[in-house]
Design a protein around this ligand. Sequence first.
Ligand code: PDD
Length: 286
Amino acid sequence: MIVYFNDEFMEKDKVCISPDDRGFLFADGLYEVIRSYKGYLFQAKEHLDRLSYGATHLKLGRTDFSELEEIARELLSRNGLESENATIYFQVTRGVAKRSHAFPTPAPALTVYAAASKFDPAAADRKRENGISAITIADTRWARCDMKTTALTANILANQAAVENDAQEAIFIRDGVMLEGTHSNFMAVFDDVLVTAPLSNYILGGITRNFILGLCRRENIKVEERPIFEKDIHMASEMMIVGTTTEITPIVRMNHTLFRAGKPGPVARALQAAYQREIDHLASLK
Ligand code: PDD
């Protein structure tokens, strides 16, 4: 497998990351994941813009990551993935320096790593088709969830709790509000209106979330960005998670209780169809 590491393409097992890398020492870094549909990089600019946003707020000293789009293409090509479904992960850290909390001076070069892997859609397709189980969990994350940092301890613990409860995703709750999943945004339908948490420092501004809100406008599905209170969720007619790897996946069981008799709902189905149509269309233009 050929990966990208600090300006070079190389075999993955040749990559050598220093134990003094601030990503390793402090999780002082960011990541992104872009989906490739048969060589079409979905929302690549939006993902790289979000990386710039995070880099600005982390004061990484670099904000232009646009070259990573070309690097993603090169990774697909070097790994024979141009006509496959794939994901490309990018990891960017503040670099290698003697351990000290404050930013090192002079600033070291950022560590930049990227790798493409084949995405086998079968398992994801099954979840999209049949829906998943989710649990709710107290949000123990910090107050800058709008940055996609590699510091994912709370997300890992929450997702593990989901797995231990025979579920696939955990929905974070803060002050009674259902915010988002451990690796997805959360949406619910109330009276035919698709509702999702407004953008804030407590959720990641999901690229898929934003794309779906755009789709809704075109499909005449009403949308509201407002808090979803856990106490009101029994009034929802549908729940779903959305994200780069999950796309639109209905939730059919919450906290061990079957929801909608375990069947995905019509809004999720309409969005899945519109999403697929739009991706096919965009991919045909590439
Ligand atoms: N996760 N919220 C969180 C906490 C996430 O980690 C993600 C994405 C999302 C959805 O964002 P987007 O639509 O831009 O993928 C929301 C990726 C897929 C991951 O961790 O692999």
